[in-house]
Design a binder for this molecule. Structure first.
Ligand code: ADP
Ligand code: MG
Length: 248
């Protein structure tokens, strides 16, 4: 297995569900500061791949290296601590808490255990909450808004913000613009472009206009394997891709 400078190196990864290979000897490398989009027909294995990377699902074989360390045997919560953040399709924010409180509770625990540092930590947490809130477009007045009152799109951004509080070095988002307005989609594209500047980001998405806007490279999955990979225009012109996905 190779020694790499990639943020993420997935090699020969396989998972079988009752003999069915949902991921089949898949190899994929993601650079640091890269925004990769994964596309492909329903059932291709996209969500399962993210489940394997975040540790929700156990692989049957292969290797997943995060910052060059094997993580296949590392439990899900430890992968979070090492810097892997995952956003699921349904948002999991606290509707009764404010934007500020939602971000505050997402600050990694274990950093403020020392009483003497409590005050400094509070100031530190406030600064981080404000920086992240500004990043997701929910700064200023919006900090005191109850999360339940946010628009659908704003709730999605808040959840991304909650992940950013942990300063993940790899952030994975499964269909982040589903149900968003055109304006919210544009703002989300800008947000993703900002947040990939100091981390690797993997996005699963179906909306090709959106993919074109954000992707550095596109990976096309089909039947648990990689069908094509490269810049958007190259992938879009690939007859195999048109045949199994874009042509429909
Ligand atoms: N826990 C599971 N048990 C059995 N089959 C699963 C499980 N998770 C996913 N699958 C199957 O694996 C395939 C890939 O699913 P998925 O990763 O959700 O595809 P995608 O996200 O690309 O639409 C599908 O055929 C799905 O039914
Ligand atoms: Mg899926």
């Amino acid at each position: 297995m190779s020694n790499t400078d990639f943020a993420l190196a997935v090699e020969d990864l396989t998972v079988s569900f009752d003999g069915f290979k949902a991921i089949d000897a898949l190899t994929l490398y993601i650079d640091r500061n890269e925004l990769r989009v994964i596309i492909g027909p329903n059932g291709a294995g996209k969500t399962t791949l993210l489940d394997l990377i975040c540790g929700k699902t156990r692989a049957s074989g292969g290797s997943i290296k995060f910052k060059n360390e094997e993580i296949l045997g590392v439990p899900e919560h430890m992968r979070v601590r090492r810097g892997i953040g995952r956003k699921f399709q349904t948002p999991s924010i606290y509707e009764n808490l404010t934007v500020f409180q939602n971000l505050e509770v997402s600050y990694p625990s274990g950093r403020s255990v020392w009483g003497a540092l409590a005050f400094r930590c509070t100031a530190e947490i406030r600064a981080r909450v404000e920086a992240v809130a500004a990043d997701i477009g929910l700064g200023g007045d919006r900090l005191e808004t109850e999360a339940g009152l946010l628009s659908h799109g704003e709730k999605q951004w808040l959840e991304i913000g909650m992940l950013l509080m942990q300063e993940p070095e790899l952030l994975m988002l499964d269909e982040p613009i589903a149900g968003m307005s055109a304006r919210e989609r544009d703002l989300t594209a800008e947000l993703l472009q900002r947040i990939c500047q100091n981390r690797a980001v993997i996005v699963i998405e179906h909306d090709m206009d959106f993919v074109k806007k954000i992707a550095h490279k596109v990976t096309v999955m089909h039947q648990g394997k990689i069908l094509a990979e490269g810049p958007m225009d190259q992938v879009q012109a690939d007859p195999k891709v048109i045949d199994v996905y874009l042509g429909h």
